[in-house]
Design a binder for this molecule. Structure first.
Ligand SMILES: [Zn+2]
Length: 92
């Protein structure tokens, strides 16, 4: 009788464990989301060069405004460049 009791206990234990395992939610990772940010960023990196669309017209307009306002005509001319501080003495 002792042996049957033990086998019954073991059987119930294994069934209980199986039931516990079955009821446990399986740990699963969320599916890896595709990185859409990179694709959108890379698609925006180059600006249009067709010259006919509104975006190109806007770019050309702003380039013109920028050049008129800020372009320095002497930028590419040879100029003496001071590497010393204005506070240095004697001035060179
Ligand atoms: Zn364009």
């Amino acid at each position: 009788m002792v042996r049957t009791d033990i086998s019954l206990v073991e059987l119930s234990d294994s069934q209980e464990i199986a039931a516990l395992l079955a009821s446990q939610p399986q740990p699963q990772r969320p599916p890896t989301t595709p990185r859409a940010r990179l694709s959108t960023r890379s698609g925006r990196r180059h600006r249009c060069q067709c010259g006919g669309c509104p975006a190109c017209a806007e770019n050309a307009r702003w380039d013109k405004i920028f050049n008129e306002k800020f372009a320095d005509p002497n930028y590419y001319k040879a100029q003496p460049i001071r590497h010393t501080s204005s506070l240095s003495w004697p001035p060179r």
